[in-house]
Design a protein around this ligand. Sequence first.
Ligand SMILES: C[S@@+](CC[C@H](N)C(=O)[O-])C[C@H]1O[C@@H](n2cnc3c(N)ncnc32)[C@H](O)[C@@H]1O
Length: 268
Amino acid sequence: MGKRIDFQETTNDLLTRIDIHNKFGGRDIDQWMLDTLDLKPGIRILDVACGGGKQCVSFHRYLRGNCEIVGGDVNRELLDQAEIENAKLGNPFKIVQLDFDQPFDFPSDSFDLVSCCFAIYYTNDIRFTVPEMHRVLKPGGRLFTTGPMTTNKKVFYDIIREATKKEIPLMPGSSRYSSEIYDEIAATFAKTETHIFENPLTFKSSAPFMAYARASMSEDRRLWKSLFSTHAEFEDVMTKIHRVADEYIARDGEIVMTKVVGGFVATK
Ligand SMILES: C[S@@+](CC[C@H](N)C(=O)[O-])C[C@H]1O[C@@H](n2cnc3c(N)ncnc32)[C@H](O)[C@@H]1O
């Protein structure tokens, strides 16, 4: 078994970060995903860890509804959000409860694309989850996963380190993504390609940077427990980060935080 990752995504935190990426980023990650995948009409897609349904909506729009999309996630609150997006489009998606640490409730060889964006590194055991994704893909079908590379958001971590004088805890995303996860995918699939997406987010004031920091580090995300455990400690860390962020803005006029995302495309 792999290492247990103690993680629970909350709806508000996820939606806040998506909103900040849209408002302050120069590039559109969904467009990059669609350009990278060059999808053909008529396909069956399984979006694993679909969250609030962001990728389901992008696939549906791109293929003008000429596809079958199943979105699955472990989090009921996010599935409810995905159902809201589904209803806005006339319910084209099938939204299901799916835990990628358990066998998927789908027959083998049944999807043309399995996508899993910003989530696969929360698996308990990558040697279970990747073969399960492979199993449900048709021969020639593709897996698409995204996640942060090790150079992701360097300034974000620099500011936190300067503010707290503490080391940044191990982030399962960047630490597992380009090593363990790539290796397992490459070992399981016939062919694997890596694509890199870079998106600079430019903050001219510290307020949106702080909104991002809060949404990334809020209490229910337990990855940061070496920096805070109580709500008061969380607020204290936020005050310190705010001070350093203000110093960066005063010195440089802006904070440019570059998202560096890897997209692995693997063919069965
Ligand atoms: C950062 S969010 C990404 C959501 C969506 N793909 C997006 O890009 O907006 C991570 C997602 O992984 C999901 N997740 C975490 N552990 C999971 C598990 N064991 N099985 C399925 N989904 C899981 C969370 O519920 C959350 O929706």
